[in-house]
Design a protein around this ligand. Structure first.
Ligand code: IMP
Length: 500
């Protein structure tokens, strides 16, 4: 038996001390590019992204829509593995097929649906235009389009049929599949239309081009794209069906894989890494985890992990610590693993990136994690709150929320994440909860705000690269007393004229 002498600490218990900020150290010069795959020290990683934010391997987080949005912002999503191989492959393929400026149809309604149903679907899904199809399915023949601007509930009645207010296909601007984005935009401007429907020979909607997206792609200077200029997407795999799942995901174009497990220090993960290497060679990158100490890191690094994910028990929906008594404060885990990673790099010449996963509640925690040695941050709750996450948006007591549930909850029943043995088909007890998180609007705005805060922190610490940031970071542990002082109660006024 061994009891470590140090206390288990979390990210919020640390503060960074500023370093000298020089004139060259400005937010626009900060480069957040990070390595996601192991590489020789001093050489470039074969897979790098411009924004060190990854979305969690969770059904409530990483759907194709969110994966597209995050890749456009320079990050990377991991589509979840708690679904049949074909369904996960389709998620990957949807991201890979994405063409800038073309919005694939993801929702649809029948002409007999009501205007109230349109309003509900728009609110839940965030779709701006709802395709109306003959049979109501996404793959059905297009008969029209309807959006919130096409009707007023009081004037037209919430129970009125969609057919009464939709713009029929005959009145829509359409173009055949294969039209270039340049031609589609030219048509929109020439015909003074807001939307163009791209339809195939059978009259089935392929995608929509919206006039308001015209300038959008220019915003994405840091898109995560592969050698063929397709958006990048990653995927979770498990230790049970990897022999079927890995080749199918590789074939579909997944850029990076990660073994999804609550506890990665196991012979099962080592075997998956070995199997994938012997079947596919070095070109298929598989990360492993999760771990909370240097010993487990070394085990997975020796087994060939492309990166190692750090964190057990810290997730916002997680009850593992209470249920199994396993875990470690995220800061203590990261500091220990980062030390092992640096020692490993000195000893072997191989740099193995670290991903900080779970329990990152504030933007400032991301900066602390990066300073402590994380190469990227994986987030569940943060992304679940956005319009782009795949879950329903619901209203409770006048407040908007998004559904969010853990992979270890009874709702997800993700046995492969929590049990390595193939014979275990049921989750004996829950390690996660099923709940709601406050709705936070668009992912694009959230990521822009978060990265500008990280840049600002790095500027205060005198660094313009993540490597320099972690090398020069100086931190202190905050006392209980300072915590209380930070939380001093001040009634914050939204607008000067609302109170007093
Ligand atoms: P969050 O960012 O704090 O919401 O944490 C997300 C992380 O929690 C995921 O990336 C997983 O590592 C972990 N996780 C997901 N589902 C569960 C669960 O049901 N129980 C425990 N941990 C979970």
């Amino acid at each position: 038996m061994e009891v470590l002498s140090e206390v288990s600490r979390t990210l919020g218990e640390y503060l960074l001390l500023p370093n000298e900020t020089t004139e060259e150290c400005t937010p626009d010069r900060v480069d957040l590019t990070t390595a996601l795959v192991r590489h020789r020290v001093g050489e470039a990683s074969p897979l790098r992204v411009a924004t060190p934010l990854l979305s969690a391997i969770m059904e409530a987080v990483s759907g194709p829509r969110l994966a597209i949005a995050l890749a456009q912002c320079g990050g990377l999503s991991f589509v979840h593995q708690n679904q049949p191989v074909e369904a996960q492959v389709e998620d990957v393929a949807t991201v890979k097929r994405h063409k800038a400026g073309f919005r694939p149809a993801t929702v649809s309604l029948k002409p007999t649906a009501t205007l109230d149903e349109v309003a509900e679907l728009v609110r839940e899904s965030g779709a701006e235009q709802v395709p109306v199809t003959e049979d109501g399915t996404v793959g059905g023949r297009l008969v029209g389009l309807i959006g919130p601007g096409d009707f007023h509930r009081d004037r037209h009645g919430g129970g009125a049929p969609v057919s009464a207010r939709m713009r029929g296909v005959g009145d829509l601007l359409t173009a055949p599949v294969g039209v270039s984005l340049g031609d589609a935009n030219a048509l929109l401007w020439d015909r003074r239309a807001d939307v163009l429907a791209v339809v195939d020979g059978a009259g089935v909607l392929d995608s929509l081009v919206l006039r308001r997206d015209y300038d959008t792609h220019k915003r994405f200077r840091h898109e995560s794209v592969d050698g063929l200029k397709r958006l990048r997407v990653a995927a979770g795999v498990n230790t049970r069906d990897h022999r079927d799942r890995v080749p199918a995901l590789v074939e579909a174009g997944a850029d990076l894989l990660c073994i999804d497990s609550s506890d990665g220090y196991s012979v099962y993960q080592a075997r998956v890494l070995e199997d994938v290497r012997s079947a596919h060679g070095e070109g298929v990158y598989v990360g492993a985890g999760n771990v909370v100490d240097g010993r487990a890191f070394e085990y997975l690094a020796d087994a060939g992990a492309a990166f190692v994910k750090v964190g057990i028990g810290g997730g916002s929906i997680c009850t593992t610590r209470a249920q199994k008594g396993i875990g470690r404060g995220q800061a203590s885990a990261l500091l220990d693993v980062a030390q092992a990673r640096d020692a490993y790099a000195r000893r072997t010449g191989e740099y193995v990136p670290l991903v900080c996963d779970g329990g990152v509640l504030e933007d400032s925690h991301m900066a602390i994690a990066l300073a402590m040695g994380a190469d990227a941050i994986m987030l569940g709750r943060y992304f679940a709150r956005t319009s782009e996450s795949p879950t329903r948006r619901v209203r409770v007591n006048g407040q908007d929320y998004k559904e969010y549930w853990g992979e270890g909850s009874m709702r997800a029943r993700n046995t492969a994440r929590y049990e390595h043995h193939e014979h275990t088909q049921a989750v004996a007890f829950a390690e996660g909860v099923d709940g709601l998180v406050p709705y936070a609007g668009s992912l694009y705005d959230a990521v822009a705000m978060t990265t500008s805060k990280i840049r600002a922190t790095m500027v205060s610490c005198g660094s313009t690269s993540l490597e320099a940031f972690r090398e020069s970071a100086r931190m202190v542990v905050v006392s209980e007393q300072s915590f209380r002082q930070t939380g001093a109660e001040v009634l914050v006024r939204e607008r000067a004229d609302t109170i007093g």
